[in-house]
Write a protein that binds this ligand. Structure first.
Ligand code: SF4
Length: 152
């Protein structure tokens, strides 16, 4: 993880606004970690108990809880909460209750390593692609550091 100012290529801050494409919620197999209070918030959003939420939508990995995934027609792994609306547009079905890990995208350490890493991730993320054009909400470096360093 970059901690010295030389490696912080985003010293002038970055623009980013989520377009809710859902593209960061699919791909290769992965983990969406969450804390118990976040599990409770998701369960409340769905109107079910925490016990039912954990049984139906999560699994245990590496001593922690992660959201389940489903295989889509392309063979990719979708987060269990990635759903299509009537128009076929895919997005998070519990966006306002999504866990911290999802809220901190795209300021994850692996995307912050270099401008190239950011550009690589932007190929799948329209919000990051807009960022390359200077579009979206502005985040100063202090905010980016806090978000980057709060990521699991
Ligand atoms: S909880 Fe929502 S935002 Fe997070 S990975 Fe799943 S679908 Fe995406």
């Amino acid at each position: 993880m970059p901690t010295d100012s030389k490696s912080e290529w985003y010293e002038q801050g970055l623009h980013f606004s989520c377009t809710q494409s859902g593209n960061c919620c699919t791909g290769s197999q992965g983990y969406v970690w969450f804390e118990e209070d976040e599990g409770q918030a998701m369960a409340d959003f769905l109107g079910i108990t925490l016990f039912d939420f954990l049984s139906q939508y999560t699994r245990s990995e590496l001593g922690k809880r992660t959201l389940n995934e489903t295989r889509n027609a392309l063979g990719e792994y979708d987060c269990v909460f990635l759903k299509a609306d009537e128009q076929g547009k895919r997005g998070c079905s519990l966006y306002n209750a999504r866990p911290h890990q999802c809220r901190t995208w795209p300021f994850w350490p692996e995307n912050m390593v270099s401008p190239q890493a950011w550009e690589d991730a932007a190929r799948r993320c329209p919000g990051m692609a807009n960022s390359l054009k200077g579009q979206g909400k502005f985040y100063p470096i202090e905010d980016i550091r806090i978000t980057r360093d709060s990521h699991d």
